[in-house]
Design a protein around this ligand. Structure first.
Ligand code: PRT
Ligand code: MG
Length: 212
């Protein structure tokens, strides 16, 4: 008998961009995840179901075995540490960059600065690697506001087109990392459900190559 697999995804760009990669494997949700209120979605493969969770919760579900597999942004994995997970495939989707940003005329040198971000761990490591200590201000959203009202000298956030920064009179100042979404796998599942997961990883990697 085939082993049942649970795949954790988040709504929005991760879900939208993962679906086309799964379609060639014969995995399509039986109801539209964008509009369904169900958090557990059966697919056209009777052995694969999707669960819909917050983007930042995907690694938690997978690490603790609430899901065998998941799709998580590298930003989330860097920030949370990626403990208890394998990260076998770069899906090349939901691409963006993690950047330091601020007012275009910001002078961040030669003094201790305040940085607002939801990525406090990544930010601390980034500046520490330059031998700089910064004061971190943890925010949960609308980071672009912080430099405008004097809450912080700079922010660390994800940047795609740069439109959000520009619309708020901010500019990218320093790149931190190129980001894309990764397939993550529970370590126990990788062993115990190897016969189901191994071929799936190969087929997903083929989808990614075709997509590239
Ligand atoms: O929205 P919610 O609070 O539920 O969770 P989330 O924001 O973590 O989820 P979601 O779906 O917005 O993001 C999921 C993943 O998509 C992130 O973890 C990233 O890996 C990836 N991703 C790719 C992005 C972007 N591009 C992106 N542009 N995530 C967020 N953004 C935001 C960014 O934070 C900023 O507000 O878009 C804005 C910048 O975009 P531009 O085009 O204006 O530069
Ligand atoms: Mg969002």
């Amino acid at each position: 008998m085939a082993e049942p697999l649970t795949l954790a995804l988040s709504k929005g760009r991760i879900l939208e961009q993962t679906m086309p990669l799964l379609k060639p494997l014969g995995i399509e949700p039986l109801e539209d995840p964008a509009t369904s209120r169900n958090l557990v979605l059966p697919t056209s493969d009777p052995n694969v179901r999707l669960i819909i969770v917050r983007a930042t919760d995907v690694p938690t579900y997978v690490a603790y075995g609430g899901a065998d597999l998941g799709v998580a942004g590298k930003d989330v994995l860097l920030e949370q540490g990626g403990h208890g997970l394998y990260e076998p495939v770069d899906l090349g989707i939901a691409r963006c960059r993690l950047m330091v940003a601020g007012r275009p005329d910001a002078d961040l040198e030669g003094r201790r600065i305040r940085v607002a971000t939801k990525f406090v761990n990544v930010t601390r490591r980034h500046f520490a690697a330059q031998g700089r200590q910064v004061d971190l201000i943890k925010l949960y959203g609308s980071m672009e506001l912080a430099p405008l009202v004097g809450l912080a000298d700079a922010i660390v956030d994800l940047v795609d087109t740069g439109n959000t920064l520009r619309a708020n009179g901010l500019a990218p100042l320093e790149p931190i990392a190129d980001i894309s979404a990764r397939l993550v796998v529970n370590k126990g599942s990788m062993k115990l459900k190897h016969r189901a997961i191994k071929p799936m990883l190969g087929k997903i990697a083929e989808s990614v190559d075709r997509n590239a």
